[in-house]
Design a binder for this molecule. Structure first.
Ligand code: ARG
Length: 457
């Protein structure tokens, strides 16, 4: 490639450390699309002849067909995907192929290819997340009135509805989709034509290449353009955040599937047995989603540290931007698909959830609230009275709703029979009608709004 200046070839370790083809071959579609846009613009501007441009463009189409059919034969001497395409183009087109690289450098080329790739990756993730949201609202819709214990500190706190719980994850995924959409909008500017770092003396039309590649506009500073990897970091940060959400849902399924909880039975399709313990049914897919969140965060950290302190403009360190993005993307895609499958097909043991919600004194707050509302007791005092009631219920091994009225009145004479209206878990959830609250009515509204947002009626 640089025989003009270099007398000796590279050491074999140099060939190996320098080559990015083993991983950047994933950019081939974007590389060819970028080159086609570039050569069309060069012809339009009279920088290359129409004949040469047509030959180059046809050659690029042929290479695309070959790569799609046969894959890419890696040659470390050709370093990266850009040189692989150019070398094959020279074989097909002859010397005119050399005109393609006029008014560009691999620095703006790789920045363009990678942006195109990340933009496609975001579109794929968004479609996956939408499918997960559909699974969540669908299952939530089946369980707007299914009562389960709500937890804080993983201690039974107040009864909630399963629909409400699932819709909490809908909200997280909604924020993830908006983060990816922000990243997409911000990165949608085309670096092509920034050349090595300083722009070019050729009369190129950067607006034309930007439009041809569906970017909103060209980037505005050539130095920034070839050194910027914010778009990759934005992707990785959004992916990290998203993977955290997925890992939390995965963790709930793992806990819920355990025998002491027994809230769900995970589908066979997402579980494994044990080679030694016949009774086992392990939540492996959920555990791997939980684990993948760690790896995705690791990918994000890797690129943060690669970029830290790099001076303008391009440095070869930046070639290391791709493996973490590719790895995180693959892991995230698998995690989203696995969670979508699990949410869609898990069996919820609502009888078991109800039994546990009833056993955990989860309506204690309702008793305290009743004392405030109906007997004008200050909340702190009501809290104290309720604590004494819970203590007795615990000693007698009964749910609050099963304590006889005289027992309650012995603790505080202001309690009367109306209190039983709020001590059941159904009454408790039905009463929580504040905006965003757990009552079946409110959850039904949340689901309705979500279905409208997803365009599924
Ligand atoms: N393979 C390189 C990368 O991914 C392409 C850019 C090379 N530019 C250079 N000046 N060596 O970063």
């Amino acid at each position: 490639m640089w025989g003009g200046r270099f007398a000796e070839g590279p050491a074999s370790v140099m060939r190996e450390i320098n080559a990015s083809i083993p991983f950047d071959k994933r950019l081939w579609r974007q590389d060819i699309a970028g080159s086609k846009a570039h050569v069309a613009m060069l012809a339009q501007q009279g920088i290359v002849s129409a004949d040469d441009a047509a030959a180059i463009s046809a050659g690029l189409d042929q290479i695309a067909a070959e790569f799609a059919a046969d894959g890419i034969t890696e040659n470390l001497d050709l370093e990266d995907i850009h040189m692989h395409v150019e070398a094959r183009l020279a074989e097909i087109v002859g010397p005119a192929a050399g005109r393609l690289h006029t008014a560009r450098s691999r620095n703006d080329q790789v920045a363009t290819d990678f942006r195109l790739w990340v933009r496609d990756a975001i579109d794929m993730v968004d479609a996956g997340l939408k499918a997960l949201q559909i699974a969540l609202v669908t299952r939530a819709g089946e369980h707007t009135a299914s009562v389960m214990p709500g937890f804080t500190h993983l201690q039974s706190a107040q009864p909630v509805t399963l629909g409400h719980h699932l819709m909490a994850y809908y909200e997280m995924i909604r924020r993830d989709r908006s983060r990816f959409a922000d990243a997409r909008a911000r990165m949608n500017q085309c670096p092509l034509g920034s050349a090595a770092l300083a722009g070019t003396g050729f009369p190129i039309d950067r607006h034309a290449t930007a439009a041809a590649l569906d970017f909103a506009k060209p980037t505005d500073n050539s130095l920034d353009s070839v050194s910027d990897r914010d778009f990759a970091l934005d992707y990785l940060m959004a992916a990290t955040q998203c993977s955290l959400h997925l890992s939390r849902l995965a963790e709930e399924f793992i806990i819920w599937a355990s025998q002491p909880f027994g809230f769900v039975s995970l589908p066979d399709a997402y579980s494994t047995g044990s080679s030694i313990m016949p009774q086992k049914r392990n939540p492996d897919a959920a555990e791997l989603v939980r684990g993948h969140a760690g790896r995705i965060a690791g990918c994000m950290t890797a690129l943060v540290i690669t970029m830290k302190g790099l001076p303008l403009a391009y440095s070869k360190d930046m070639q290391d931007d791709k493996p973490p993005v590719f790895e995180a993307h693959d892991l995230l895609g698998l995690s989203i698909a696995a969670m979508t499958g699990m949410v869609g097909t898990v069996t919820f043991r609502t009888d078991r959830m109800r039994a546990l919600a009833e056993s955990g004194f989860a309506t204690a707050t309702d008793l305290a609230d009743w004392l405030v509302r109906e007997a004008d007791v200050p909340f702190r005092e009501a809290h104290h009275i309720t604590g004494r009631v819970v203590k007795i219920a615990e000693t007698e091994g009964k749910p609050l709703a099963d304590l006889p009225l005289p027992t309650l009145q012995a603790i505080d004479a202001r309690i009367d029979a109306r209190v039983f209206d709020v001590l059941t878990i159904d009454a408790s959830v039905a009463s929580r009608k504040s905006h965003g609250g757990t009552s079946p009515d409110r959850v039904g509204e949340q689901i309705k709004a979500a279905r409208a947002e997803l365009n599924i009626g």
